[in-house]
Design a protein around this ligand. Structure first.
Ligand code: IMP
Length: 422
C-alpha cells in the first residue's frame, strides 16, 4: 500500500520510528522534501541510528531508498552521514540508495547566509537549524540553484559556484562574517560528489516502474505540518511543503498513486525554534526534560513541551488528508495525574477550532482545555493496544474524536517493538 507519513505538529513527532515500523512491508522508502535539517532516530535491536538525509529504510536489508527531487542535499553532510552509518555496519550501496538528479544542492554559502539572516533578525529570528535550508530553496525558486545533474558539467558548476560565492560574499562582508573562496568550495563539492555519483539517477521512472509493478512505496515526511511553508505558523516555518502534497511534487509520483496517509503526532506537543505555541507548559517541559526526553536529534536543543493541541491536529488532518493517526510517546505521560487536551482557542472572545492566519492573533490565542484523568502506570511494556490502561484508551479515543480520524498506531517507547497496532 502506497503510504505517506506526515508529521502533524512542529516536527519531531517520532516519524522515524513509525516509518521504520511500516518499512517492513514497504519496498521503497522515499524522502521528498527538506534536507539535513531533519533528524530521524531509529532504534533497532538496541542500536540507535540518527539519520538526517538518508531515508529510514537504509537500516533494513533489501529496501530501496530514494532521495527525491524535492529534497535539498548538502553533499558534504550526506557523505559524512553515509560514512557514519557505514561505520555502524550498514553498507550504503548504489542499489540501496538512489539520489534524484533533479534535487537541489545546499552549498556552504547557504549555511552562512542562513546564520547571517538569523543574526540580522535579532529577537525575531526563526530559530533555524542553520543547515542552509531556506537559502538553498530560495536559490531554487529564484532559478539560480545548482542541481545534482549539473555535476556532470564541471565547468558549469564552477562558474555557477563562483558567481553565487561572489554574491554571497558581498552580503556576508556587510555583516562582518567570514567570506568564502570559490575554488575551495568547488573542490569540496567535487570531492563529495565522487562518493555520491554512483547513487545519482533519474528517480522518477524508477518510482513509476515500482508503482506500476504494485510495489509498496513509503514516503517519509520530514518536519511537520505547522512548519509547512504554506500551512504552518508562517514565518516560523521551514522552506518546503512538509504536508502530503509535497510527497508528490518532491518525487514525481501523481496524487492517485497515494493510497494512505498516516499522520504522526506525539501524545503531547513539542516545538524547537521560535514562533507561537499556545499550549506550551513549563511544568510539562521540566518534567519531560528531567526524564532526559525532548532534546533535538539534529541540534541537541531542548524542545519546548506542552499539552496536546487538537486545534492544530484537526487542521493538520484536513490539509494532509490523514486516514489514520500514529500517536507516539504515549509513555511520556505515564506519570501525569491529570491531562489537558486543547479543543479550541479563544481569540478576542471568539472561539476558534482551526488555527488563525494572522500573525498577531497567535499572541492572543488562549487555549480552551478539557481535562482527562491520567493512568499513572508504566505503559512501556504493553505489547497490544488492549493492554493499555483504560484511561490511556479513553485519552486516545478522545483525541481521535476531536480530529475526526481513527487511531492506527500507538508508540509506548523508542524501540521498534514498542509500537502497538490498533
Ligand atoms: P530550517 O528548516 O532550518 O530553516 O528551520 C526553520 C524552522 O523549522 C525552525 O523552527 C526549526 O527549528 C524547524 N525545523 C526544521 N527541521 C526540523 C525538524 O526536523 N524537527 C523540528 N523542527 C525543525
Amino acid at each position: 500500500m502506497n503510504t505517506i507519513i506526515a508529521g502533524l505538529q512542529w516536527g519531531d513527532e517520532g516519524k522515524g520510528k513509525i516509518v521504520d515500523y511500516l518499512t517492513k512491508s514497504a519496498d521503497l522508502v522515499i524522502r521528498s522534501q527538506g534536507g539535513n535539517n531533519a533528524g530521524h532516530t531509529v532504534i533497532t535491536n538496541g542500536v540507535k541510528y540518527i539519520l538526517h538525509l538518508l531515508p529510514s529504510g537504509v537500516v533494513w536489508d533489501h529496501k530501496v531508498n530514494v532521495i527525491g527531487n524535492g529534497v535539498v542535499i548538502d553533499p558534504v553532510g550526506l557523505v559524512d552521514e553515509i560514512r557514519r552509518i557505514e561505520a555502524q555496519g550498514i553498507a550504503i550501496t548504489p542499489e540501496k540508495l538512489l539520489i534524484s538528479d533533479r534535487a537541489h544542492i545546499v552549498l556552504p554559502i547557504h549555511k552562512e547566509l542562513d546564520a547571517a539572516r538569523e543574526a540580522s533578525l535579532g529577537s525575531h529570528k526563526i530559530g533555524t537549524t542553520k543547515r542552509g535550508i531556506g537559502p538553498a530553496y530560495a536559490d531554487k525558486i529564484n532559478r539560480c540553484g545548482l542541481r545534482v545533474a549539473d555535476f556532470t558539467d564541471r565547468a558549469f558548476v564552477s562558474g555557477r559556484i563562483t558567481r553565487r560565492v561572489a554574491e554571497a560574499n558581498e552580503i556576508l562582508a556587510r555583516y562582518s562574517l567570514p567570506t568564502f573562496d570559490a575554488a575551495a568550495v568547488c573542490s569540496e563539492m567535487f570531492t563529495a560528489f565522487e562518493r555520491l555519483a554512483p547513487h545519482v539517477t533519474n528517480t522518477i521512472p524508477v518510482l513509476h516502474a515500482a508503482w506500476k509493478a504494485k510495489q509498496s512505496l513509503l514516503f517519509e515526511g520530514a518536519q511537520g505540518t505547522l512548519l509547512d511553508v504554506d500551512f504552518g505558523t508562517y514565518p516560523f516555518v521551514t522552506s518546503s511543503n512538509t504536508t502530503a502534497g509535497g510527497a508528490c511534487t518532491g518525487s514525481g509520483l501523481p496524487p492517485m498513486a497515494i493510497e494512505r496517509v498516516i499522520g504522526v503526532c506525539k501524545a503531547y506537543t513539542t516545538r524547537v525554534g521560535s514562533g507561537p505555541f499556545p499550549t506550551a507548559d513549563a511544568g510539562l517541559s521540566d518534567y519531560l526534560h528531567g526524564l532526559g526526553r525532548e532534546f533535538g536529534a539534529t541540534t541537541g536543543r531542548p524542545r519546548a513541551c506542552g499539552w496536546l493541541d487538537t486545534v492544530l491536529l484537526r487542521f493538520a488532518c484536513m490539509v494532509n488528508g490523514v486516514t489514520g493517526l500514529a500517536v507516539t510517546n504515549l509513555d511520556g505521560l505515564d506519570a501525569s495525574d491529570t491531562l489537558q487536551i486543547c479543543t479550541s482557542y479563544a481569540i478576542d472572545d471568539k472561539v476558534h477550532t482551526l488555527p488563525p492566519a494572522e500573525r498577531d492573533a497567535w499572541d492572543r490565542a488562549v487555549p480552551i482545555y478539557e481535562s482527562l484523568p491520567g493512568w499513572q502506570c508504566d505503559t512501556t511494556g504493553c505489547s497490544r493496544y488492549q493492554d493499555l490502561p483504560g484511561q490511556a484508551q479513553t485519552y486516545l479515543a478522545r483525541l481521535a474524536e476531536l480530529c475526526g480520524v481513527p487511531i492506527a498506531l500507538v508508540g509506548v517507547g523508542p524501540d521498534r517493538a514498542q509500537t502497538l497496532a490498533v
